[in-house]
Design a protein around this ligand. Structure first.
Ligand code: C5P
Length: 233
């Protein structure tokens, strides 16, 4: 198996049948898959196990954010499934992230734990509304430093725009996983600021997350191949 697929396909489906149907069209040597809230609530850990049994690396995108003890327990359970990567919200704070990191290391040391800083749906007004008088960019940098430098997490979920800045601030090591990607040809759906796969890697992304351009394509395998070719060239 490819040890480090750089393309992650977001399996944003409401049920197991649809998710497994799409996965059957994909080659686990070419891409990893992302399981988010909707699918995990509907299909549960058994789906994660079945995707892994088919050879896929799974990014479990559940963005945990709770008291440190609760998040540690959730991380232990999630890493115990053997997932490739999972995440928490950096805004849960340093202690929460340290406990999460330790729980993952104890449960399954190979699992990568990354953090969400500021959701791309959050703007300056949203931040002001929750009492944070900083720009989203400033808040991203602050939470990124907390997550990577101080808590020792493996990386961050971020937009490609942020990736360029975070690479400069954090260096080469952390994984920067970027959604909001659209291949050169195609619709942008509801994503407002979109980046092509090659632009995202040039900006410093280590991995890209792509959903609908692959999951809604008439030929998902061809859509994956086109993206991989764009990355290579
Ligand atoms: O279909 P699309 O390529 O827009 O899917 C992108 C995936 O990345 C979705 O699963 C979405 O929830 C996720 N995501 C995002 N923007 C973020 C964080 C996650 O689009 N800032």
């Amino acid at each position: 198996m490819n040890r480090d697929p750089r393309l992650i396909v977001a399996l944003d489906f409401p049920d197991r049948v649809m998710a497994e149907g799409l996965a059957r069209e994909l080659n686990p040597d070419s891409c990893a898959v992302k399981v988010g809230f909707e699918l995990f609530v509907a299909a549960g850990p058994r789906l994660v196990e079945s995707l892994q049994a088919s050879g896929f690396r799974v990014f479990l995108d559940l963005k945990f954010h709770d008291i440190p003890n609760t998040v540690a327990g959730a991380c232990r359970a999630a890493a115990g499934l053997g997932v490739w990567m999972m995440n928490v919200h950096a805004s849960g704070g340093l202690e929460m992230m340290l406990r999460a990191r330790d729980a993952v290391r104890e449960s399954h040391p190979d699992t990568r734990l990354i953090a969400v800083t500021v959701l791309t749906s959050t703007d300056a007004e949203t931040l002001r509304g929750i009492g944070i008088d900083r720009t989203p960019g400033e808040q991203v940098s602050r939470l990124a430093e907390l997550a990577v430098t101080r808590a020792g997490l493996d990386g961050l979920v971020c937009s490609a725009l942020e990736a360029a800045i975070l690479r400069r601030e954090l260096g080469d090591t952390p994984w920067l996983v970027t959604p909001g990607i659209r291949p050169r040809k195609g619709a942008s759906d509801d994503q407002k600021r979109v980046t092509t796969p090659s632009e995202a890697f040039r900006a410093g992304a280590s991995h890209i997350v792509v959903g609908r351009p692959i999951t809604q394509a008439s030929d998902p395998a061809a859509a994956v191949a086109a993206i991989l070719e764009e990355i290579e060239t």
